[in-house]
Design a protein around this ligand. Sequence first.
Ligand SMILES: Nc1nc2c(ncn2[C@@H]2O[C@H](COP(=O)(O)OP(=O)(O)OP(=O)(O)O)[C@@H](O)[C@H]2O)c(=O)[nH]1
Ligand SMILES: O=C([O-])CC(=O)C(=O)O
Ligand SMILES: [Mn+2]
Length: 580
Amino acid sequence: MNQAVLNWIDEMAKMTKPDRIVWIDGSEEERQRLTAEAISTGELLELNQEKLPGCVYHRTAENDVARVEHLTFICTKKKEDAGPTNNWMDPEEAYKKLAGLFDGAMKGRTMYVIPYIMGVPGSPFSKVGIELTDSIYVVLNMRIMTRMGKVALDQLGESAEFVKGLHSKADLNPERRFICHFPQDNTIWSVGSGYGGNVLLGKKCFALRIASYMGQKEGWMAEHMLILGIQDPQGNVSYVAAAFPSACGKTNLAMMIPPETFKGYKVWTVGDDIAWMRVGPDGRLWAINPEAGFFGVAPGTSAKSNPNALATVQKDTIFTNVVLTPEGTVWWEGMGVEPPAEALDWKGNPWTPDSGRVGAHPNSRFTAPARNCPSISPEWENPQGVPISAIIFGGRRAKVAPLVYQSFNWQHGVYVGAAMASETTSAATGAVGVIRRDPMAMLPFCGYNMGDYFAHWLEMGQKIPNPPQIFHVNWFRTNEAGKFIWPGFGENFRAIKWILERCAGQGKAETTAIGYVPTEDAIDLTGLDITKETMHSLLEVDPEAWQNDIANQKEFFTKFDRLPQAIEDELVSLEKRLQG
Ligand SMILES: Nc1nc2c(ncn2[C@@H]2O[C@H](COP(=O)(O)OP(=O)(O)OP(=O)(O)O)[C@@H](O)[C@H]2O)c(=O)[nH]1
Ligand SMILES: O=C([O-])CC(=O)C(=O)O
Ligand SMILES: [Mn+2]
């Protein structure tokens, strides 16, 4: 047995004082046993096994339904290394404070030891973590989201190089809830929550916050990006990676089905949330999806918007905070089917469709194995990853950003990513619909100084002989009535097709102040009912709106003491171009 692992577990058990310690092996027998146990205590509810085989239901505490960014900390020795966009705590102080909360937190409970791999076993990209938790819900979610159990211990061998994750629900009191990251110690401590984004430590905590720090040191990138492949009628597949903030359409785009008119085209899903990217021997950027499942937003998922996601969650899925029907099935707003006449809402209260309240929490989620997905790419477990032709940034912008545009070059593209903004969503606690700057969709997920992160992006550009082209998209422009004017979902394929044409040196574009914008006839609109006026407003670059946005960007960037000169230069150049 690995002595470093044993010593660490011993130390954590002395602090948390569980009644027993159970090692997770990842077997089917173990899944059944733990599921039965969680059902017997009410932690999980069994669903209708005829209609939803292998599926279970879970409710979180009412005040524990999303990531808590104000309680999430990067604990580096120097405050500057966490940077201006992260909450910071001194590591010594953080360990001490959380040790107080962890002290005896597992008394009367079991500590589960979950060894897991982010990435495919044996891949040069992959990394091992171990999560200690007192929640069966966490174990069963990690079983879907990662490759875990024996396979991870085999990969680790005698090495002491693993990410040490400790989680306890403790008393679930939000006053005593903290998600602390110690990138310099490869350590994550999460206490007082049972919500996925705070407690599935392989996901946001490791695969983004800790991994972004590793990537900067080791010369690779960990990004909040989906990965998809687009196959053309000749059978060639091109891959793109796209960064959108939480609940802004990554899962939907990753599983998109092209509109009927595009015969012979097919979209393959490689990943829906996280990409780890390295320069390949051929000088291109290669990406893997380090996860093994999808932790997706339920509301809005329908046979019309995302049939692949709906098919994915028909078996072996954990549903969290959705509506529970009397027949033991699930429902949510925007599912595209009649709501049940009466049911239990996400809080467990009796609910009817005319109650005037939503039945499912807006951030209710499904946890489903990626292999269930009808569009899963044949390459999704390729240990070498897939080559990326285009990087896409995007957000929710009612105004300002056009449907799609291309940056002039890598440096300009990095600036476009750094200047990203989006309206906030229910994926994190706090106000919804407020515009905030969210560079590369990484504001809540960058594990070090974001100025250094921009510098790392700029440096990566120097290291990739054949870098991807960088684009920006916005599916969320609205009219005066506040309605989305672009149909979105599968129709987004039309913008992606233009992006790939541009990568191939084709595709018509107009050079504007902000970058290359499609000419009004450049996007293939065959079979789409959309007026010329609408297309015009979708592609419009309004100099005044952009000037206002620049003012907001400047305010944001003044917080940075390590802002690379190149970012500032790009901003100044844009301002000059806008003034004509
Ligand atoms: N109007 C419009 N809404 C969309 C589009 N794509 C996704 N949405 C909606 O945006 C919400 C979130 O979409 P997801 O695809 O789950 O977002 P995500 O980026 O994967 O979210 P995280 O899992 O939080 O990272 C859902 O309610 C979708 O229905 C689109 O093209 N147009
Ligand atoms: O982490 C979560 O809670 C879910 C997620 O993917 C995100 O918010 O981006
Ligand atoms: Mn996400």
